[in-house]
Design a protein around this ligand. Structure first.
Ligand SMILES: Nc1ncnc2c1ncn2[C@@H]1O[C@H](COP(=O)(O)OP(=O)(O)OP(=O)(O)O)[C@@H](O)[C@H]1O
Length: 263
């Protein structure tokens, strides 16, 4: 269970991105975080692993309070939380296998990490994960020789190498074509179910959020204005999250025929 209580973020320039967020996410749930640009989605997910430092409030993963950990304790706790990025954040000049194994860097000694020495069990697991994400046979390929969809699959395999309890996913499909975006969302959904993994996905694409997640949380100006099952996110509710006028002119994005057109 992930529990956020009174989570508050004020940036150094005084801007309050999150006034006070309360959210509970049970283990195994896949949550889509939606909302207009600037609503605070990235700030919220980054406050969970403290890539952005919350100004006040509580972030608990299971029984562990994350918001007051020392740097060393935080490093340890971050093993439990993996992140997947829109731009994949791979090292281009390294192979697929090296990128996937880098998910274990938090577990090996400093020297071993410098020399990129990993235990055979890790290498074996990396091969298994590459098969799981549909990249069997591509372990020796340089990361920059992959398609966008393949790169995101490497990012997912690297995240899973960490054996995390929580996945934080930042716009995983924003750089992908609609078909590949659906495949990536299906993969994330399957993996969460199989592994009882909790995930929060910051996503702009409402049809994809509706199709592939268990729960949708709508943010507006840093506050939760919708929290419900995908079926409850009716077209009538969307203007409450996105603001009426802008949304009306964007109705084409509401086509839920399954084509994930980025809004
Ligand atoms: N370092 C910062 N200093 C000041 N304000 C910031 C900083 N980072 C973000 N903000 C502001 O906080 C608000 C929330 O930003 P955030 O990136 O979390 O929104 P978002 O919902 O993820 O937007 P998008 O969908 O466009 O990525 C925005 O108004 C943004 O300008």
């Amino acid at each position: 269970m992930l529990t956020l209580q009174g989570l508050h973020k004020r940036y150094p320039d005084g801007f309050v991105a999150l006034p006070s967020v309360d959210l509970q996410v049970p283990r195994g749930q896949l949550v889509a975080l939606i909302g207009p640009s600037g609503a605070g989605k990235s700030t919220l997910i980054r406050c969970i692993n403290r890539l952005v430092e919350p100004t006040a409030g509580s972030v608990k993963l299971g029984d562990q309070e994350l918001s007051n950990l020392s740097r060393a304790e935080l490093r340890e706790a971050r093993r439990r939380i993996a992140m997947i990025f829109q731009d994949y954040a791979l090292v281009d000049r390294l192979t697929v296998m090296e990128n996937v194994l880098s998910g274990r860097l938090g577990y090996v000694s400093f020297l071993d990490s410098l020399l990129r020495r990993f235990p055979p069990a890790d290498v074996e697991r990396a091969f298994d994960l590459l098969e799981t994400v549909g990249l069997k046979g591509l372990h020796d390929r340089r990361a920059d020789a992959l398609s966008g969809g393949q790169r995101q699959r490497v990012g997912i395999a690297r995240a899973l190498m960490q054996q995390p309890e929580l996945l934080l996913v930042d716009e995983p499909t924003a750089s992908l074509d609609p078909r590949t975006a659906r495949q990536v969302m299906q993969l994330l959904s399957d993996l969460c179910k199989e592994r009882d993994l909790t995930a929060i996905i910051n996503i702009h694409d409402v049809p994809l959020a509706r199709a592939y997640t268990d729960r949708i949380v709508g943010l507006q100006a840093g506050s939760i204005v919708f929290d419900g099952a995908p079926a409850e996110l009716t077209d009538a509710v969307l203007p409450e999250i996105y603001g009426g006028e802008d949304w009306d002119s964007d109705q084409t994005h509401l086509d839920t025929a399954g084509e994930g057109v980025a809004a």
